[in-house]
Structures are given as C-alpha cells and as structure tokens.
Design a binder for this molecule. Structure first.
Ligand SMILES: *Cc1c(COP(=O)(O)O)cnc(C)c1O
Length: 390
C-alpha cells in the first residue's frame, strides 16, 4: 500500500485513504491521490518494467488498489505508440506519433479510468455504481461492473449513439435515457443516489478515474525511452486524462525517472462546445458553462468541467494553449487518419488533426517537433455519423 492520503485539488484539505470519497467535504472540489513515491520507487524501477504485465497495472505501486485480488481488469492500457509516417508526411512532419487508445477493452481510454474506479469501489465496499455518460464512459463502466459483479446505473442523453445503448444493455447495465445533456444526467444521479444507495463514479467526482487515465503518461515516457514529446494534443471534455497525465509527469520526476521538462499541453475542443478554449483566450481561471453544446464528438460535448481550473492551469504552466475545430473538420479528419494510418479514430480524437494543422500554419508548433496526438477511442461506435453512405 503506497497511498498516503487524498488531497483536495483546490483547498489542499487532506482526506483519509481506505474509505469511499466523492468531492472534498470542505470545498466540493475533486480529490487527488497522493503516494509515498520514495517507497514506491524502491520496487517500481524503470528496469523492472519490461518484465511486467502488458496492461496499465504494470505501474501497480502508483495505482490505488491495496489487495491485488481487488483488481478488476480486462487487459486495458499498454496501448501502441505509433509513428504516423504517412499522416506526418501530409502535414510536413517527420516525428508525429499517435497514442492509439482504440484497442482498449470497450473501444476507448475510458477503460483506463474505469478499471481503477471499479476496482477501488469494490475494494471499499460499494455495490451499486452510477455514471452520467455521453457514450464511452457508460460502456466502460458497464463492462467493468459486470466483471466485478456490481450493479451499473447509466444515465445518457437520449441522442447518444445506439451502439452505446446496445453495448450497455449487453453488459447487463441499467440504462436511463435523458432529454438533456451530460450535466443534466449528472444532476439526476445526484438527486437519486442517496435514496438508491448508488456510488457516483462521475469523472473527477471520485478520485480514481484520474489514476487510471494518468497511466497514459507513464506509458508514453516508457515507450519514448524516458523522454517526453515536445507537444501533446488532447481532445478535452472533462479533462480527466490531461489532469492525470500532468500528475503522472510530476510523479515520474519525483521518482527520478524524467527531468523537469514537460510537453506543451494543447486542449482540443469542438467549436460548438469550447468552454476551455473560451476561458483560455479570455485569460480566465475557470470556465463559463456553454448553454447549447453541439458537436458530433459526443465525448467533447461537456458544457461544464469541474476540473476546469486545473485544466487551465496546466495549459498555461506547460506553455500550451486551447484550440477549437469545426464538426466538418472533425468528420473529414477521421478519414484522413484512417486512410493514412489504418486506425479508425473516434471523432473526438479526429479533432486533433485540424487543430495541429492550424498550429503548424500559425507557427505555434514546429514541423520538426515531436508531437503526440491522443487517439482516445475507436470510431466503430459512431456509425450514425456516416449513415448517409451507400
Ligand atoms: C471521454 C472522451 C474524451 C474526453 O476525455 P476527458 O478526459 O473527459 O476530457 C475524448 N475522447 C473520447 C473518445 C472520449 O470517450
């Protein structure tokens, strides 16, 4: 056991390990897990890693589970880092890489968060789990809850991809369709959870999905031989992966694995729902809610992110920025990635390509720099976006 305590991301209040937590009881902000990294680094060494399991659980000492028997795994993580030669050529770049998350169980990087959250919820005694979702989080929760023998209660906007609904039902989850957006789904769960005895696994409202997602940074560093890219583009909804990766960089530095250099972190959003871009451009520390969020990239249709202040701080500290792209650009870039690299990307991930193109044109990213695009999920769950084909 390497977890020391949980720390509030805003007020710094400490919360004890070993029991279920949602937000900080003092100020209602997300909690982050702190570890005894000095002790973790005794067994978790760079040299020990090649012999370990080919999943994100290879970084066991910096993950929260106490008893190995509590781990609920479907083989998530340790995904390929692909040198995108042909896509790079089209953009005039030679060092473009894709972190291909589409091969995760349930087809997206949401599996990383849910393996950690469901393992911990089970270890700490929760039996009924609930989540609001735009699609991919629901499939991941449903699958991991099934594997663990726990109940999954899923609230999704009514216009979510049919595939996501079918998928959740085949995992035996309880599905409710809501006339509204993901924040409306979250509110409904908030109103019902006490009465129903549900544990809310909304992203950042429990501390462990961030821990699962942070392993993308451990993998990047390991796959890049303990260096980091110059620039990292992340399609940002709630920002959990971005916050997690930044946390992991600090942990790796504390363990002596990397130096203090960091990638410039770039949040990519859709023009129809770009609260982080608006706040970044306005120089604000928090984001304003978007009233009518609209984009084909369902995972980016997040009008309010409770970790907004962390996302904005990371973008600025890293020397990065936030950019938005149109739905037309998103849809055509999915084909661009697919036809160049043989990876069918989710539209959220597709957004990274037009974003990068704009940054290259404005000279904000150099063509010789090492750039990683986070391909956060598979396009296979979005057939409705291309249903006009013959
Ligand atoms: C959820 C999701 C995102 C956004 O992830 P956050 O960490 O919440 O910002 C991006 N891409 C896909 C495919 C997703 O499912």
């Amino acid at each position: 056991m390497y977890v020391t305590y949980l720390e509030c991301s805003r007020c710094g209040a400490r919360h004890e390990r070993g029991r279920l937590h949602n937000l900080c009881r003092e100020c209602q902000a997300p909690l982050l897990v702190r570890y005894d990294l000095e002790r973790a680094a005794r067994t978790l060494t760079r040299d020990a890693l090649p012999g370990r399991v080919a999943s994100l659980w290879r970084y066991r000492e910096v993950l929260p589970v106490v008893d190995g028997a509590s781990i609920v795994t479907l083989g998530e993580g340790w995904t390929p880092l692909v040198h995108a030669r042909r896509l790079g050529e089209r953009l005039g770049m030679s060092r473009l890489h894709l972190k291909d998350e589409s091969s995760n169980p349930t087809g997206s990087f949401k599996a990383r968060g849910m393996t950690a959250a469901v393992s911990m919820a089970g270890e700490l005694g929760a039996e009924r789990l609930a989540v609001p979702s735009a699609g991919n989080a629901s499939g991941a929760l449903a699958a991991y809850a099934a594997k663990a023998g726990l109940e999954a209660h899923i609230y999704m906007p009514r216009d979510v991809s049919r595939v996501s609904i079918v998928e959740c039902m085949q995992y035996g989850a309880h599905v409710v369709l809501v006339d509204g957006f993901i924040n409306d789904c979250g509110r409904l769960i908030g109103e019902k959870k006490e009465r129903e005895g549900w544990f809310d696994v909304s992203t950042l409202k429990e501390p462990y999905r961030v821990e699962g997602k942070k392993t993308m940074a451990y993998e990047l560093a390991e796959q890049m031989d303990w260096t980091l890219p110059d620039v990292l583009l992340y399609p940002t909804g709630g920002g959990t992966g971005l916050i997690g990766m930044w946390k992991a960089f600090d942990e790796m530095e504390a363990m002596g694995w990397i130096d203090s250099r960091r990638p410039r972190m770039i949040s990519v959003q859709a023009e129809g729902c770009a609260p982080i871009v608006n706040a970044f451009d306005a120089g604000a520390d928090t984001a304003q809610a978007v009233a009518q969020p609209a984009t084909v990239a369902a995972g980016l249709r997040v009008p309010v992110a409770i970790g907004d202040f962390m996302i904005l701080r990371i973008l600025r500290q890293s020397g990065g920025c936030a950019v938005s792209v149109s739905d037309d650009e998103i849809l055509s870039s999915v084909r661009e990635i697919g036809s160049a690299e043989g990876i069918f990307a989710a539209p959220e991930a597709g957004a990274c390509v037009p974003a990068l193109r704009g940054l290259l044109e404005r000279g904000e990213v150099g063509r010789e720099e090492r750039v990683v695009l986070m391909i956060t999920g598979s396009g296979l769950k979005y057939p409705h976006l291309w249903s006009d084909l013959p």
